[in-house]
Design a binder for this molecule. Structure first.
Ligand SMILES: Nc1ncnc2c1ncn2[C@@H]1O[C@H](COP(=O)(O)OP(=O)(O)OP(=O)(O)O)[C@@H](O)[C@H]1O
Ligand SMILES: [Mg+2]
Length: 235
């Protein structure tokens, strides 16, 4: 379970303080898919960074499976991320000099996984890119790059996947396919997914929607969805 307790984040520049998040509270149960929505600048990326332990809050805490991330050293947080967390960034952040296959292999090799090439191929096949493994990022479309980024995020079989605007720069049809892919991975691997987006249609596919505005949670609701769809998400 992932929990935000009275989470706050401020940025200081000179004598000016910008409160980006204030008193944010919610829990996301294991295996669920939760979505954060809000306009540009409302703090979505900041929130994901805090939840994933990539960044530290100014106040409050993030709890993952009963552990307060704020009580861990930076090394321990990195260890926890390596073991449990995958991240799909707003800009795909693929390494331009590496092929699709090599990009997916990187986290596996960092873990010393001998089966890295085979596993990376399998993951790319799963996201429909079995015939693009030797392409470099600039030889892939935006949607294909996003699928490589998703395959890479899944390479350590994370219990928790964070996705920042996963359909951001994609046309609606490609975006739809990416959403289907994420929901399938959620269903089949039981991975908890937390995504943020300004796309309300995408957010509506999640079980939970958390709305942010001016750093505050302005609403937090379970989405009303057909029972079968909810059941498949709940696993
Ligand atoms: N490192 C930083 N230093 C100072 N201000 C920052 C920093 N990072 C983000 N901000 C500010 O915090 C606010 C929230 O940024 P954030 O990236 O979380 O928004 P967002 O909801 O993800 O927006 P978008 O939809 O455009 O991606 C913005 O006003 C931004 O200018
Ligand atoms: Mg953002």
């Amino acid at each position: 379970m992932l929990e935000a307790r009275q989470l706050g984040k401020e940025y200081r520049s000179g004598d000016h303080t910008l409160a980006v998040l204030r008193d944010v509270n919610f829990t996301i149960p294991d295996g669920a898919c939760g979505a954060g929505v809000g306009p540009s600048g409302s703090g979505k990326t900041t929130l994901l960074g805090l939840l994933a332990g990539l960044d530290v809050p100014s106040s409050g805490s993030v709890w993952l499976d009963g552990t307060d991330l704020g009580q861990l050293s930076e090394d321990k947080r990195a260890q926890l991320r390596g073991a449990k967390v995958g991240f799909v960034f707003q800009s795909f952040q693929l390494i331009p000099t590496l092929t699709a296959l090599e990009n997916v292999q990187v986290p596996l090799e960092l873990r010393g996984d001998d089966g890295a090439p085979a596993r990376a191929r399998e993951l790319l096949a799963r996201v429909g890119l079995g015939d693009r493994v030797d392409h470099f990022p600039n030889q892939l479309s935006g949607g294909e790059q996003q699928r490589v980024a998703i395959a890479r995020a899944f390479s350590n079989a994370p219990r928790l996947l964070f996705a920042d605007e996963p359909t951001g720069n994609l046309d609606s049809e490609t975006g739809e396919r990416i959403v289907e892919l994420l929901l399938t991975l959620n269903r089949e691997s039981g991975t908890t997914i937390v995504l943020v987006t300004h796309d309300l249609a995408l957010a509506g596919r999640a079980q939970r929607i958390i709305r942010l505005a001016d750093g505050l949670v302005v609403s937090d609701a379970a989405t009303e969805r057909p029972r079968s769809a909810v059941a498949s998400l709940a696993g």
